[in-house]
Design a binder for this molecule. Structure first.
Ligand code: FNR
Length: 347
């Protein structure tokens, strides 16, 4: 049965409200990773080049506002504010799942606003993995998107009472979309991370761009459980791999695929640690949403400018002139993350 638009709109608003309530002090696997301090970087700040590439697409900075929202009046206003901040800072931005806008023309403008506000910016579209080809193509058109994210979110669907229960045939759909589009298609997890088995499946069907979308930040099992009448899935909230573990799982794929990091990126240091593990860029969702909520668009612009500056400073301290250099900096893996690597036979 086709879902009522009003139910979808309500869900979008609830996701934002519940994401804003996420506990920000939970322990992070990023704290088990250490960059090694260098006393003689032999580099000047002006020499640091933060540009990164996704295929033919160049991002001026190796961070992006990750997919969040759209589809209701409130979330349209959030998209407008995020787009404004993206424009002011030159940082790329993804919209949330465009399915609402594709099914209901009345809310399509809550996504289109992002291109309207930022005509020359780098914008990623977003659809679910169940999207047929025509949805993917229309989603790209809707935004004149520079890249398309296809999100994977099985645990979220499972815990969502009205969620999908049919997950076969996804790889075939992904393969078709990749063949029929000329822009980068990024297969993205939504806070549950990836493992080498998933990456192998994606590689086999021609995927070149992956956002490992690990745990440690916004948690959609928790969010959907909060929306349930009986909150009976609370025991599942630790499901999945953290972003550092997902990046370690991804090591053998770095030579063939462009790997992006997201999920629980709290600060520029987490982003740089991801890049030292080979990520070409880091996506931030919840952390930026909370700043927008507390400090408004201007506050978010200030925060994103600070991230750019701090990224440069950490590269400088590491003596890394570019992404290529930071990927060669040693990073020490300790504690439970080390243990995971040992048990999984990862280097
Ligand atoms: C999301 N996320 C998300 N992802 C996606 O691919 N499509 C979507 O529609 C949404 N919707 C959404 C709504 C809200 C309110 C939030 C906060 C997040 C997931 C997001 O892109 C990211 O994968 C996770 O939030 C984990 O990253 P953070 O929040 O820990 O940085």
């Amino acid at each position: 049965m086709e879902e009522q638009p009003s139910i979808r709109e309500k869900r979008k608003d609830e996701h934002v409200r519940l994401a804003l309530n996420t506990n920000q002090t939970q322990p992070s696997d990023f704290d088990a990773l250490y960059l090694v301090h260098r006393s003689l970087p032999e580099l000047d700040k002006e020499e640091v080049d933060l540009r990164t590439r996704l295929g033919n697409l160049t991002l001026a900075f190796p961070i992006y506002i990750n997919a969040m929202t759209g589809g209701s009046e409130k979330t349209g206003a959030i998209n407008a504010a995020l787009a404004e901040a993206a424009k002011e800072t030159g940082i790329a931005m993804a919209v949330g799942s465009q399915h609402s806008g594709l099914r209901n023309e009345k809310v399509a403008d809550t996504y289109r606003i992002v291109r309207k506000k930022n005509p020359n910016g780098v914008i990623f579209g977003n659809v679910g993995a169940d999207a047929p080809l025509d949805y993917a193509l229309r989603a790209i058109d809707m935004l004149e998107a520079d890249a398309l994210q296809i999100h994977l979110n099985v645990p979220q669907e499972v815990v969502m009472p009205e969620g999908d229960r049919h997950f076969s045939g996804i790889l075939k759909k992904i393969e078709t979309i990749i063949k029929k589009t000329s822009i980068p298609v990024i297969i993205k997890e939504t806070g549950f991370g990836m493992c080498r088995e998933t990456l192998e499946q994606l590689k086999t069907c021609g995927v070149q761009f992956v956002d490992v979308g690990g745990g440690g930040g916004t948690n959609f099992v928790h969010i959907e459980n909060e929306r349930r009448e009986k909150r009976d899935y609370s025991y599942l909230k630790g499901w999945g791999q953290s972003t550092p573990i997902s990046l370690l799982e991804a090591q053998p794929f770095l030579k063939d695929m462009t790997i992006l990091a997201s999920g629980g990126i709290r600060n520029p240091l987490d982003a740089v640690k991801s890049m030292a593990l080979g990520a070409s860029a880091a996506g931030v969702a919840g952390a930026f949403l909370r700043v927008l909520d507390k400090c408004g668009t201007e506050g978010l612009v200030e925060e994103m400018k600070a991230w750019k500056e701090h990224l440069r400073m950490i590269f400088l301290m590491q003596g890394a002139q570019s992404l290529e250099h930071i990927a060669k900096c040693p990073i020490i893996v300790t504690k439970n993350v080390r243990e995971w690597c040992d048990l999984r036979g990862l280097d």
